[in-house]
Design a protein around this ligand. Sequence first.
Ligand code: T3D
Length: 263
Amino acid sequence: MDGVIRTERRAGWRLITLHRPDKLNAFNGAMHAAFAAALAEAAADPDCRAVLLTGAGRGFCAGQELGPAVMPTEAGPPDLAPVVEQYNAMIRRVRALEMPVICAVNGVAAGAGANLVLACDIVLAARSAKFIQAFSRIGLVPDSGGTFFLPRLVGEARARALAMLGEPVSAEQAENWGMIWKAVADEELMPAAEAMAAHLATQPTEALWLMKRAFDASAGNTLEAQLDLERDLQQEAGRGPDYAEGVKAFLEKRAPVFLGRRR
Ligand code: T3D
């Protein structure tokens, strides 16, 4: 196994590792392509029911690789729109993955790396990790959904200050602010994240996917629209074998054995 994105197949789930440790796993074009392929492979694998994302080395991800591809030249400023489109596609792929995406933040997450974290469903972070909206430090604006996720997670006041000041947020602070699920001791990060992935891989995957859809829609919905959506999604979940199994197992006083997928 080599390359800038590394995938390990586990029982029912996949571990995807951003792997450019000498650059704190900063993204370049090759890494975007490999990450897209890894997510597509996970999506196409009927036995894969959860994805765990982490970074190699001492960082999680330092966002865009700052190098010639994005540097102004004597000829003029770079065209950043295609670069940002790669991040947009990445965030859409993570959100559209029909299974839980867990993020194990092993170290610093900066720029688009910090916002990739926020796009994941459940985030665990090592206590030594930190989150930096580094964009203002180089004269850019938050991208990769940062201006969408951040105010929703931590509130407008904190989101604006984090974006404008570019100050690091510790894992503990991130947990206290509701930016992530939990901060854990460094040595507990991967065991805890792997146990969570293994657990989620035994859960009703289809229902978890429908939840992702509900939460995504709630950001732009009225209560009325959201209630209607919940009704429709519940109807869909209720038609699946996992609902039948869940109720049967409850009545039989045993643990359910969920199939995960209908397709
Ligand atoms: O085109 C566009 O830019 C639009 C797209 C925008 C999306 C974005 O993500 S913009 C934001 C880009 N990212 C950053 O601005 C973060 C840059 N990195 C840092 O500020 C710091 O590295 C960190 C705060 C993340 C960590 O600091 P520290 O002191 O722990 O590590 P370091 O020494 O700065 O970095 C270690 C190495 O990684 C170093 O290489 P060296 O000197 O050992 O050979 C450093 O150059 C390299 N590195 C870190 N981040 C990047 C990087 N190399 C290229 N690109 C990076 N983003």
